[in-house]
Design a protein around this ligand. Structure first.
Ligand code: CP
Length: 304
């Protein structure tokens, strides 16, 4: 495996191995501090990011490697009209591995075809976000002790929310997974995500608009932001943006061991008062993301 563009490219045993390695890195960081000495990671971010770009960069530094790149399309030659293919052919001359975020779905795939070094999809439009999913799976495994036999509620913008698309694709391969998709009618999970997982027999998908009704059944609640930047019409965004706002009062009927997750950034969909709830896991996801990206960089660079 040269690249990671879509979570489906990883086998279940590879995902399990990445989780195991990330846990080991977390417990024994010194063991890994020289693993990528002499290697360079390029972060090519054509779209804004805080967590993904900085966690990739922190990951490479903690592996002893170095980092170069850009954090906005307008500070690269993309602003002069350079293609993604020419950009990554160029950066392949400078770096050993590339993490790329792009607003256009499929751009990291096109990049992987042109690059001579591994490409990691760090989020492409409303499509996929495989490394966020690796962080999410690691968090679910740590919080729940398992990746099977879970009822997972995904709430918010399931249409444009790429982290949900990758999460559903990854979790559907584990046994006895029940997804409850909670969204306004217009922001439902796209058909392409459902058809991609249809061959995994052991999952169920239910759809509802009512978070309060299903909340007591959930083992995991995965909240998402309504993705303003993907809307064609601002009026639609304004109408839908506050469809769900999780507050401590709304959590009174939830399970005592519910894991409340969010890929972040959040806007209004989780009240800051929920942050003090021991069930809130979203900042643990942030930390797990760094260790997971360290494990992934080592895997793609074939570091022992
Ligand atoms: N979760 C996530 O992708 O966050 P950023 O947009 O800050 O990278």
């Amino acid at each position: 495996m040269k690249d990671l563009i879509d979570i489906s490219e990883l086998t279940t045993s590879e995902i399990d191995q990445l989780i195991e390695t990330s846990c080991d890195i977390m417990q024994n960081p010194a063991k890994y501090s020289e693993k990528c000495r002499g290697k360079k990671l390029a972060t090519l971010f054509f779209e804004p990011s805080t967590r993904t770009r900085l966690s990739f960069e922190a990951a490479m530094y903690e592996l002893g490697g170095a980092v170069l790149g850009f954090s906005a399309a307008d500070s690269s030659s993309a602003a002069k009209g350079e293609s993604v293919s020419d950009t990554v052919k160029t950066v392949s001359c400078y770096a050993d591995i590339i993490a790329m975020r792009h607003p256009k779905e499929g751009a990291p795939r096109a990049a992987a075809m042109a690059a001579s070094v591994p490409i990691i999809n760090a989020g492409d439009g409303g499509h996929n976000h495989p490394t966020q999913t690796l962080a999410d799976l690691c968090t679910i495994k740590k919080e729940k002790g398992r990746l099977d036999a879970l009822t997972i509620g995904c709430c918010g913008d399931l249409k444009f929310g790429r982290t949900v698309h990758s999460l559903v694709e990854a979790m559907s391969r584990y046994e006895n997974i029940r997804f409850i998709m909670i969204s306004p009618e217009e922001l439902r999970l796209p058909e392409f995500v459902k058809s991609n997982i249809a061959h995994h027999a052991s999952h169920e998908i239910e759809e509802t608009e009512d978070l309060q009704q299903v909340l007591p059944e959930l083992d995991v609640l995965y909240m998402t932001r309504v993705q303003k930047e993907r809307f064609f019409n601002e009026a639609d965004y304004i109408r839908l943006k506050d469809s769900y706002i999780l507050t401590p009062a709304k959590l009174t009927n939830a399970k005592a061991d519910l894991a409340i997750m969010h890929p972040l950034p959040r806007v209004n969909e989780i009240s800051v008062a929920v942050d003090n709830d021991p069930r809130a896991c979203y900042f643990k996801q942030v930390l797990n993301g760094k260790f997971m990206r360290m494990a992934l960089i080592m895997k793609l660079l074939e570091v022992e």
